[in-house]
Design a protein around this ligand. Structure first.
Ligand code: CA
Ligand code: CA
Length: 596
């Protein structure tokens, strides 16, 4: 199967036993090496003025750019106007309704922004940046030195005001990739080790010691690439029922195929969980070693939420996207592990361990007869789905204060994205990547989202129905080498984070903090309000606040409220702290994305 996969993605540089490799275009090893070499070179803490123009900010301020306004403000020549008009049209349309010919000739709204920038003089570029995003004055403007309007002494622009430093007394871990707390345990943390299958408990974070509470190494088996022990969540009534849930990769009964498995375990009275206490709930056969999701967490409603990737490979080639009546992939599910009165049995499916959970009756596609304008059989729908159209929703979190569900969806060719997930949301993959139309690189010019190189052949019914709209990201950033000049937001693999609710750094209160695994950039997205459909009802600002590569997960210190990260590269759990000597920053070299 791996061989087939490699054939299917001929431009993949090498087979990587590495984690979170997002695009199968760039080798992560060289990237990480470059990142390490560039440690003295920091990225500027300059938010992307232009990212708003490509729809990165979905708030009310992100309106269409007017040619008339640009003409006046930039004093455009007639030649410039003629060249810019169609490019502006492309940006403002967001590619939702462009023709195949337009897509083929212009490529993307990002390319359009770059093309406009290339047409402008330096002075015009500055003006264009300011107009494209009025929330961010152009570099050297009002942001400089005076803080960022958060109240208090905000750090100066063009510095990285925070650092990620070892926490937990410098304890080391083997490829740590999840950190969670358990209800009723105010001092403890649980950490997953990806490949040796250990669930580690730190009984008291103020006196950190490792205690292995479950060894799942015998079951997780195949560990290549993004496989392994991936996520953990404790039941809200954990103190009474001692139940917790794991999401991991394993083998099916005869060992012939890899599965993504959701299973329940019971913690024993001795503080250890017996692997034999396992009760699987879902075992989804997964043919590709990447894009296995996923985060696992109970929501404020007490239901269990779980995110799944698109099975893997690239381009959505396993044909699990934009479907609700096939397998458990490319979305987020919401299930009732307590089988409350009124919840419904799931529709039968080979992946479902019958009787182990039910489906909340208000899940968005319960009883659905259509999806994306096409008929579906309600008896065959995966009623477990809460949201769809996700590529590899690796990490996400509920903000306990606002209830908003923040998710980072890993991109493929060009763009990483932050989403606010809501029930019934469709986040676009693989018709969209970030805030652009997604056109398969080997298939440009056509509108089918399918790769022509992997059987079965594309289903003609899967051409995007005209007029179909998707939930757009809250924030996006480009892969290296693709951003317009001056946009220093970059990376290859987003790690969704958490909303900062600690006390040590008041300037970050209520900010959504997330990172890119590859570039190491860590961002703070300002507090927002949103409607029930995840649409922002307030302005948002995003800025780079620190840099640390290898971050695969975020959590909160249960005692201090500090922001913690799992650094899979360093084998450490780290803490975000104020940088006593903010470092001047410049753009750091990264390998260009090998996109068309
Ligand atoms: Ca997979
Ligand atoms: Ca999307």
């Amino acid at each position: 199967m791996v061989l087939k996969f490699q054939i299917a993605t001929p431009r993949r540089a090498l087979t990587l036993p590495l984690f979170m490799y997002p695009s199968f275009r760039l080798p992560v090893l060289p990237c990480l090496a470059l990142c390490a070499l560039s440690l003295p070179l920091w990225l500027a803490a300059q938010p992307s003025a232009l990212s708003a123009a490509r729809g990165g900010f979905a708030g009310p301020a992100a309106g269409a750019l007017s040619l008339d306004v640009l003409k006046t403000a930039l004093t455009l020549t007639d030649t410039q106007v003629a060249a810019i008009a169609p490019l502006l049209d492309l940006i403002n349309k967001g590619q939702q309704d462009l023709t195949a010919a337009q897509l083929a000739t212009t490529g993307s709204s990002g390319a359009a922004i770059a093309a406009i920038t290339a047409i402008l003089t330096d002075a015009q570029k500055t003006q264009f940046a300011a107009l494209a995003n009025p929330q961010f004055p152009a570099r050297g403007g009002a942001r400089g030195g005076a803080g960022r309007g958060r109240g208090g002494a905000g750090p100066a622009a063009n510095t990285l005001p925070y650092l990620s430093q070892p926490a937990l007394g410098g304890l080391s871990f083997d490829k740590p990739l999840a950190i969670v707390t358990a209800p009723g345990e105010p001092q403890s943390l649980y950490i997953l080790e990806k490949e040796n299958g250990q669930v580690i408990r730190i009984p008291d974070v103020t006196k950190p010691e490792r205690v292995t509470v479950l060894d799942l190494s015998a079951e997780i088996g195949n560990l290549d690439n993004e496989r392994g022990l991936l996520a953990i969540a404790f039941h809200p009534d954990y103190q009474k029922n001692h139940l917790f849930y794991l999401w991991f990769t394993a083998s099916n009964a005869d060992g012939s195929q890899s599965v993504d498995r959701l299973a329940r375990f019971t913690m024993g009275s001795d503080g250890k969980a017996d692997p034999k206490s396992e009760q699987p709930l879902i075992s989804q056969v997964d043919r590709a070693n990447n894009h296995n999701g996923g985060q696992l967490a109970f929501g404020p409603d007490g239901y269990l939420y779980l995110s799944m990737g698109d099975e893997g490979g690239s381009n959505g080639e396993w044909q699990n996207t934009q479907l609700i009546d096939k397998n458990f992939f490319a979305g987020m599910i919401r299930i009732d592990v307590d089988k409350r009165p009124g919840s419904l049995p799931p529709n039968p499916h080979p992946a479902v361990h019958a009787g182990t959970y039910t489906v909340p009756a208000d899940n968005p596609w319960v009883g659905a007869k259509t999806f994306n304008g096409l008929p579906v059989d309600p008896a065959k729908v995966r009623t477990e789905y809460w949201a769809v159209g996700l590529r590899n929703p690796w990490r996400w979190s509920f903000d306990p204060v606002t209830g908003l569900l923040w998710e980072g969806d890993v991109g493929q060719e060009r763009i990483e994205e932050v989403n606010l997930i809501h029930g019934g949301g469709n986040y676009g993959w693989n018709f969209r990547e970030g805030n652009e139309a997604f056109v398969i690189p080997s298939y440009r010019g056509g509108r089918t989202p399918y790769s022509p190189i992997v059987p079965p052949p594309p289903d003609p019914n899967r051409v995007k129905p005209d007029g179909l709209k998707f939930d757009e990201p809250v924030f996006t950033y480009f892969h290296p080498g693709l951003a317009p000049a001056g946009d220093l937001n970059t990376g290859n693999s987003i790690t969704g984070g958490i909303v900062y609710r600690g006390k040590a750094i008041p300037a970050l209160a209520g900010h959504y903090i997330f990172a890119d695994y590859s570039s190491g950039l860590i961002w703070a997205l300002s507090p927002v309000t949103a409607d029930k459909e995840g649409k922002l009802t307030s302005k948002v600002t995003v800025e780079i606040i620190a840099r640390r590569s290898g971050i695969v997960s975020f959590a909160q210190d249960p005692v201090t409220g500090d922001l913690l990260v799992a650094n899979i590269s360093g084998g450490t759990i780290e803490r975000l702290v104020t940088n006593p000597n903010p470092v001047p920053v410049v753009a750091a070299p990264m390998p260009p994305a090998a996109n068309p």
